[in-house]
Write a protein that binds this ligand. Structure first.
Ligand SMILES: [Zn+2]
Ligand SMILES: [Zn+2]
Length: 280
């Protein structure tokens, strides 16, 4: 049994946009970067997905002289979840070490191969061998539980998405956070498996690409809605849910309205934006 001396459990959203980055004057308040969420558990740094938001995580990580190690968990390998990897500064530095975890692609592509493909001529000038950090690659199966050490446990689940995606739940110091992105729902049945996975979680991030009104048009795209996020929260007795994976067409005004509507139903819920921090 490890003794927890630092029970800090902090979540920082570095990238909340889905599908692709977006830069325009009516997309300034909620950020432009694709998916990346950092979870700090005591002294340990865990990162979920490596969309363009991970570049700013890397810049910030470089300013923390006492931290030289992090774990990166990939939900899947669509561009909006891996595009930041070639630009992740801490991986180019010898003093650092990182462990990369990938779930949904086991048996299809290894997480080492994902890195190789992203850093291949003629698409990128340097190969993965240029990374000087000590990097370990771990392919895990969905529905697995991992003991990360230092009192941290990770649980995984399979999400409904073209090609599959992995959902993660982090347990530390009696608190919990789940990262659920790129996940479709059914309009006529509750997803009992996901409800069980999220049971009593303190907070979860959820794929709120669409609204219920838009969903019929996009039901085969493998994404969900903010209204479904709130239903899941209630069914799972979760503390709160934050919307991520905002579509490029979703402007600040629309996201403000969704944020208000989510907050009205549950004060601990809302729309996440790039750099938003939550302490559990
Ligand atoms: Zn995505
Ligand atoms: Zn995807």
């Amino acid at each position: 049994m490890s003794t927890i001396t630092n029970s800090i459990f902090k979540i920082k959203f570095w990238g909340t946009r889905g599908t692709r980055q977006v830069h325009s004057l009516d997309h300034t308040k909620f950020g432009s970067n694709t998916i990346c969420v950092e979870v700090q558990c005591g002294e340990r740094v865990l990162v979920f997905d490596a969309g363009s938001g991970i570049v700013n995580f890397g810049v910030d990580f470089d300013k923390r002289p006492s931290v030289q190690n992090f774990d990166l968990f990939l939900s899947h390998a669509h561009y909006d979840h891996v595009e930041g990897i070639p630009h992740l500064s801490p991986l180019y530095q010898k003093q650092n070490s990182a462990t990369i975890w990938s779930g949904a692609l086991k048996g299809i592509v290894t997480c080492h191969e994902i890195f190789d493909f992203l850093m291949m001529q003629p698409y990128f000038p340097v190969k993965v061998e240029k990374f000087e950090a000590d990097i370990k690659y771990n392919d895990i199966a969905d529905f697995e539980s991992l003991n990360l050490g230092d009192g941290i446990r990770i649980h995984t689940t399979r999400l409904k998405h073209p090609g599959g995606a992995t959902g993660y739940r982090v347990e530390y110091a009696g608190k919990s956070f789940a990262f659920i992105t790129d996940c479709a729902h059914s309009t006529n049945a509750q997803d009992d498996q996901l409800v069980a996975f999220l049971k009593d979680v303190d907070l979860f991030a959820y794929d709120c690409s669409y609204t219920d009104e838009e969903f019929e048009k996009y039901s085969t795209y493998g994404h969900s809605t903010w209204q479904e996020a709130l239903k899941l929260r209630s069914a799972a007795n979760a503390g709160g849910v934050y919307a991520i994976h905002h579509m490029p067409f979703r402007n600040d005004d629309e996201l403000e309205r969704i944020h208000k509507d989510m907050k009205t139903e549950n004060a601990n819920s809302g729309v996440a934006y790039d750099t938003k921090t939550v302490k559990l």
